[in-house]
Design a protein. Structure first.
Length: 282
């Protein structure tokens, strides 16, 4: 049996993107979301989920993207440039590797981000990281401690043999980054087992981040020979000029949404006997 968790990252980032993700979750075109507690549209996103009768979500732990933290800047100086997080994931990774991120400060900020989701009336079922930074060896133990403290069952960790791209249209750089994440995830899975946490689903869509079009879905499903549980990391939304100006990632948010809403995709799931589930249903 194959089960897919169709999980939208970055929910709460901006209102246009988040409203579309919440609408997709409400009609079960996606089956889960990871909320960005520091996002400008977090409150509206959490309220939208509750209004749709949804009481669970994940937390998209953030230390990057020049977002504003929840903690007072004086309490988390090592995480910031000025009043905001560092802008790029390489700068965070270098700071983490060189010991310039204070562990206690990361834990304080991530705890605040989880608490904000809980205070919004949602039960937290999974943790993952904005730009996957929770997989860094110095940061993963913090995520594990917080998962155990807040009884969160699952932390995203790709398996070492998870595919690094669907089809030839994925760029070599994207494949390389997805392969690197899978290697970090392989090491993370050993630590999750040692901590007594459940093994998370395997992870698909890392190389296609923000570009999971219907064509790529078709290639992915054709190549999905293994049975089991998989999370597909998704980035649906709308083609909003304001969001695109702020976040120059080149994502095809609207195309991802169109694919997820398409009858063809869900017919393909049914034809292959694939179930779509939320983290709480695993």
């Amino acid at each position: 049996m194959t089960r897919l968790v169709l999980n939208a990252d970055d929910v709460g980032l901006t209102l246009p993107l988040s409203a579309e993700a919440v609408a997709l979750r409400a009609c079960r075109a996606i089956t889960d979301v990871s909320l960005l507690s520091v996002g400008s549209a977090f409150a509206e996103s959490a309220a939208g989920l509750r209004n749709a009768g949804i009481d669970t979500a994940g937390v998209h732990l953030c230390l990057v993207g020049a977002e504003l933290p929840l903690s007072a800047p004086a309490q988390i100086r090592s995480l910031l440039r000025g009043a905001r997080f560092r802008g790029s994931w390489p700068s965070v990774a270098v700071a983490a590797a060189s010991g310039r991120l204070a562990v206690a400060e990361v834990e304080r900020e991530w705890e605040a981000q989880i608490t904000r989701v809980l205070d919004a009336g949602l039960r937290v079922t999974h943790l993952d990281g904005h730009q996957h930074l929770h997989l860094l060896p110095s940061l993963l133990p913090i995520a594990i401690r917080l998962a155990r403290r807040f009884s969160v069952p699952m932390i995203r960790a790709p398996r070492g043999d998870d595919p690094a791209g669907c089809g030839g249209s994925v760029s070599p750089l994207s494949r390389m980054r997805a392969g690197l994440l899978s290697r970090f995830g392989h090491a993370a899975r050993r630590k999750l087992r040692a901590a007594g946490l459940p093994e998370p689903p395997r992870v698909l869509g890392l190389a296609e981040a923000g570009r999971m079009t219907l064509e790529r879905w078709s290639v992915l499903l054709e190549s999905l020979s293994d049975a089991g549980d998989f999370e597909v990391a998704l980035h649906p939304g709308v083609d909003d000029a304001g969001t695109r100006t702020l976040y120059r990632w080149g994502y095809s948010w609207a195309e991802e949404s169109a694919a997820l809403r398409s009858p063809e995709l869900h017919a393909a799931f049914a034809a292959r006997g694939i179930s779509t589930v939320s983290f709480s249903e695993l």
